[in-house]
Write a protein that binds this ligand. Structure first.
Ligand SMILES: NC(=O)c1ccc[n+]([C@@H]2O[C@H](COP(=O)([O-])OP(=O)(O)OC[C@H]3O[C@@H](n4cnc5c(N)ncnc54)[C@H](OP(=O)(O)O)[C@@H]3O)[C@@H](O)[C@H]2O)c1
Length: 253
């Protein structure tokens, strides 16, 4: 069977999960668009190693620039778009910081829309394509001390739940990925315990396999998947009771 080289664009691929995912695709010989606000995070040795690598300096909150960059990359093809760029609160706080909430929504929700909009135009024309969003287990429930992050990931999950009903008719696949805790610069800022923490390398491998299998929703690791599904199915008064217990409520101040 002949190898079909794919063109894959990944937002937020200068570090963490996105970067590992980009590396895995590049090692398989695919063409990969790596993007972020700060390209200096990508090591020179990495840039030198892969000839199928294209770099784009772009902020996902900048709609015009996102259009420009994704349209430019798609000139030589676009098969998979991965909306991975995201930010979190860092250390949790019971007092919501509305400025941080605005930044989180701009990046994690509008940034995803800005990513999918130009890709959708390309996919519609070619009658094929694959839209992937990196959401989070945090999107299943409102977590203590992470209101905006939970709400932003929930919004992404619902966007993609709808897309998965609408877009396959146009030949477009939709995958939502909900990781638990992955060891990246994002979680290295956390000052609370992180059960079932997984390496970025292992997380990226599982995500890549879920994309290959065209999973509609992939929640991992399985222990976190079981726990978060149970919490989301509980009557809400029981959920609130559990989350107020000292063992669950790890937010500070
Ligand atoms: N780590 C976890 O445990 C975990 C769990 C569930 C879900 N997730 C999600 O997984 C995704 C990747 O997170 P990560 O853990 O790999 O974090 P990370 O290492 O901090 O990587 C985040 C990436 O997003 C980019 N980014 C942030 N804001 C951006 C913006 N406005 N425009 C363009 N790029 C931007 C960053 O690059 P620049 O700084 O160069 O812009 C970086 O490449 C996020 O959506 C996160 O919410 C992570």
């Amino acid at each position: 069977m002949s190898f079909h080289k794919k063109s894959i664009f990944i937002t937020g691929s200068t570090s963490g999960i996105g970067h590992k995912l980009a590396e895995l695709y590049l090692r398989d010989g695919h063409r990969v668009g790596i993007s972020g606000r700060d390209l200096s995070k990508v090591e020179q040795s990495f840039k030198d190693e892969f000839e199928n690598l294209e770099l784009f300096e772009v902020d996902v909150t900048d709609q015009d620039r996102m259009n420009e960059v994704i349209t430019d990359f798609s000139q030589k093809g676009l098969d998979i778009i991965i909306a991975n760029a995201g930010i979190s609160h860092g250390p949790k706080s019971k007092r919501p910081d509305m400025e941080v909430a605005r930044r989180i929504f701009n990046t994690n929700v509008l940034g995803v829309i800005n990513t999918f909009a130009p890709a959708l135009s390309v996919f519609e024309k070619q009658g094929s394509g694959h839209i992937v969003a990196i959401a989070s287990v945090a999107g299943f429930v409102g977590l203590p001390g992470a209101s905006a992050y939970s709400a932003s990931k929930s919004a992404v999950m619902k966007l993609c739940e709808s897309y998965a009903l609408d877009l396959p008719k146009m030949g477009i696949d939709v995958t939502t990925i909900c990781p638990g805790f992955i060891d990246t610069p994002l979680t290295q800022k956390n000052d609370h315990s992180m059960p079932f923490l997984m390496s970025a390398e292992k997380g990226a491998r599982l995500i890549k396999e879920a994309i290959r299998a065209k999973r509609v929703l992939f929640v991992f690791p399985w222990q976190m998947s079981v726990a978060i599904h149970l919490l989301s199915y509980l009557p809400r008064f029981i959920y609130r009771f559990i989350m107020k217990l000292p063992v669950a409520n790890y937010s500070k101040s």
